[in-house]
Design a protein around this ligand. Sequence first.
Ligand code: C2E
Ligand code: CA
Ligand code: CA
Length: 715
Amino acid sequence: MNSILLLALVCMVPLCLVCCMRYRQRDEKHRRISQYVEAAFYNFPTAACIIKLGDDVSEDVIIDVNRTLEQLMGWSRGEIMGSTVDSQRIWHNQEQRYDFIAQMREKGETLNFPAELLDRNQTLHYLYLTAKTFDLEDKRHFIVMLGDRSAQRKVEERIRKDNQRYRALYESMMDGYTRLSRNGRFVECNRVFRESLGYTEEELWRLTPRDITPPKYHAEDARIEQDVREHGTCKLYEKEHIKKDGNAFPIELQLYSSFDDQDEFDGWWGIIRDLSKAKRDQANLDFLAYHDATTGLPNRTLLQDRLEHALERARRDQQQLALLFIDLDRFKHVNDTLGYQVGDALLQVVARSVGTLLRDSDTLARLNGDEFMILLEENANMANVTIVADKIMALFTKPLILQDQEIYITASVGISIFPQDGSSADILTKYAELAMFKAKDLGRNTYQFFESGLSVGARERLALENGLRSAVSRGELVLHYQPQINLLTGHLIGVEALVRWQNPGLGLVMPDRFIHIAEDIGIISDIGAWVLQEACRQMVAWQKKGLHVPRIAVNLSVQQLERTDLVSLVQQQLEISGLKPQQLELEVTESMLMRQTGRALEILNALEGMGVYLAVDDFGTGYSSFGYLKRLPVHRLKIDYSFIRDIGQDANDEAITRAIIALSGSLGLEVVAEGVEREEQENFLRREGCHLVQGFRYDKGLPAKDLLSKYKDIS
Ligand code: C2E
Ligand code: CA
Ligand code: CA
């Protein structure tokens, strides 16, 4: 009866309780109401029972059930009443049983509890237990209603299956997938995402995107996350992630915001694509687009591109460029007899070997088949290009070793040079190829420069010009020393320093071929300064080795007199070397002297003041006036070689020579005859009183060490 009352109290008619209390004493009325309530509870369309809590779990008993419950569970009211809640047989899941009892005893008030209960026939019922507590006669009671949960369960089941499907789906995705909670932690991470990073899902749950992103992206990330929060999604963007091992890799990411059932923002989800492979593939593609797959060398396209840029630079910097078109001789034969694999291997070896000859600034490309092209960008003058061409030729004099076989192959090379052969990439390429054909015509295994209308002389001059510019810096200049002899004593009285250019392509180039070019292009002062320095150094070096050379004559160019501070240069070199000024003689030509103004005179006076000797070179050719000569601070006249040459044959020349000797005597100057080759010349000079001689009869210009060995003991 109490239970009926309680049902009314709790579930249906709370007001009745008030009534009941008020009219408690009125038993009759009370009895009637109780009957109503009891009937209402029993017939209530929702299954319900009343539980009275005892002192311990085993005393929690069901004290009433209604008909709906009887029908639902298959037991009669009489059978159930008095059984404990703890009864194992009604609980499908024993954990739920503990849980329910614990919650009931501890929490009290209202309970909502999903439960699976077994009926008399062991049929499972998915139920929702709603319990409400009340106290009666000092005992805690619960009224529990058993709502059907099967419909809701279907929904739950569907959601569970959906979730399963959805998880299976994102797990099997080719891209990375992740979901972030509202506070930015990883909640879901699919396999691809986990594996790309090298973390387990559990590890990721403890991380945020920040932990796997290089700091340089953090600010941008924060901005995008905010943007996605406001606008739902963002554009695909690229950044990097850091693997567990610390390595960063490129990714592409699109973020979306997610919302809960109440349409409240509850986090982000994103699709992440690992771009490492894509970037690698792209790089490979780019490489293949510009390189030859067999040799890995730049292909024609890349060469063309580099050539265009090189031409631009060369035009701007007024530099030269060279193209060397290399075609292997009889390569087809190798392919035909040894097969394509050997052919390819040969091309690779050639590519490697030629590559080692070049500088970083040069480009070696494979055009197609057995054709290669070299673009020389630095110092691409004729001399240097010749060196490269020679090296290439030398490469093919030895056999190439391929798979333990020796293969002899040669190449024909055609060369074109910018700007003299042409100014466009096409023309230069074509001309290099034409020159290569010419090399083939000449019997192969050789190189040819493209020949245009340009004369050989002009070509040579161009080549010399270019090489000369860097001759000093590359240490290509050498001095030879021609002895000057006193005929009376036979002693060495001095040497004349004569410069030579040890050109790597042309061999030893004599000064007649390059001094005037050096003067034309304005670098003679540099050469002159080097000669002076080297001459002084050498004199002291000989001295140390026991050869005393009384004096060294150094030729001066007019530009050194006109355009440099010759006086301090000489002073400096004497100081540095430690050579005495009296041991240095400077030769200036007569024509040079005649052109000079007051300033030259000042310079010569200053030099003479320092104690340096001065000689007038090539005397007799410059129409010096006696009066002028007298004013010059010179010590020596050198009779020009052209007068000496014809002594014994030309009376005029003999007369001039005789006059010069007499003139120098009357001016108090020494006189030297140069170019003495024959005995009759020597005899003539002795007779006329010119005892200082220089010429092939005695010696040519000698390298320093030859002079040392020849004169050491007789000086
Ligand atoms: P140079 O000053 O008249 O030098 C003498 C030239 O005559 C040298 O030629 C020498 O080798 C040559 N020679 C000497 N004895 C004989 C001989 O018996 N027979 C013949 N046929 N020739 C003889 P090289 O060395 O070729 O020099 C040519 C010119 O180059 C020199 O004429 C000089 O004007 C110039 N030169 C040489 N070295 C320098 C230098 O360091 N600075 C400058 N500015 N000019 C130089
Ligand atoms: Ca000279
Ligand atoms: Ca001379």
